[in-house]
Design a protein around this ligand. Sequence first.
Ligand code: UT7
Length: 321
Amino acid sequence: MTSAILGTGKCLPKKIVTNDDLSQIVDTNDAWIRERTGIQTRHLATSETTETLSIEAAKQALEAAQIAPENLGLIIVATLTPDGSMPNTACKVQAAIGAKNAMCYEINAACSGFIYGLQTAHAFISSGILSYALIIGAETLSKIMDWKDRSTCVLFGDGAGAAVLGASEKGIICLDGGADGSKGGVLTCGNAPLCNPYTKHPASNPYVEMDGQEVFKFAVRKIPAIVNNLLEKTDHTIDDLSCILLHQANQRIIQSAAKRLHADLDIFPMNLDKYGNTSAASVAILLDEVARSGKLSKGDLIALAGFGGGLTWAGLLLEWV
Ligand code: UT7
């Protein structure tokens, strides 16, 4: 017994912000952003929250899977931008959709979070502990951007994607992943310093800071390694894959991965031009778009791969059912 993706959903905030719009806020321009990243627009939350985006994506995924919410044994929300630290976003989704039998928690593995979530749910399902799980990747990254820092604020967007995973004869075949905490300093976002009557530490920068070139180098090495590991472990070759869904951070990273894997760029669907980098939501949103495009057929072999803050990375090989 394994687990399979039975339905997907997504939700993007209504407000679309162009590169030209951002050039009114910081010293940037459309040409730089397009050439260095491939991003043209991003959706930014104005009234939406991580909770509301998650709930809408979840409802769509349940409808597509035709699974009643009471059948869910687990809800995981992968996010680094919850609306608050308690209750967790998964509990809020549970209440909104009526999934009264589900355990609920968040995972923070930055941009690898949605795939980490799928892997965790797969472990529960394939071991027979539960039958159905809902995994959501959701972010309102705009609230942790330094809107004076052009090197980061132009890159990210808000949104959510979701998938229902269920017990199945065919589906997930192989997992890969890891982390290197020693490199965590290249992509950070400040946290709450100790502050009580006995100690006081200066507040750290509450916004995202990134050594873009270090993350870029990490990504272009790691993505091909994840995909090759998945293929080697299962005796497949790159030609067996119908598509590879990568974390949507930068078009140049995806082009480099295609080159290093000796694969046609056509098998790497992209949507970062529309949404920018939505961290934990990125692979989830892309999965939903590809699933709904009608381009996938039963039996297709698909790889998912992500990388991000931590540093973390994760991959998954699955057969479409
Ligand atoms: O999901 C999290 C993972 N994050 C990523 O995957 C990001 C990985 N890194 C990247 O995608 C790229 O490194 C960036 C897109 C972030 C930056 O591209 P780059 O080619 O590495 O540019 P750079 O940082 O070397 O900057 C080149 C120049 C600099 O100016 P000088 O020093 O050459 O005069 C920057 O100050 O571009 C300047 N610059 C900008 N110019 C216009 C940086 N940001 C901007 C901007 N607009 N928004």
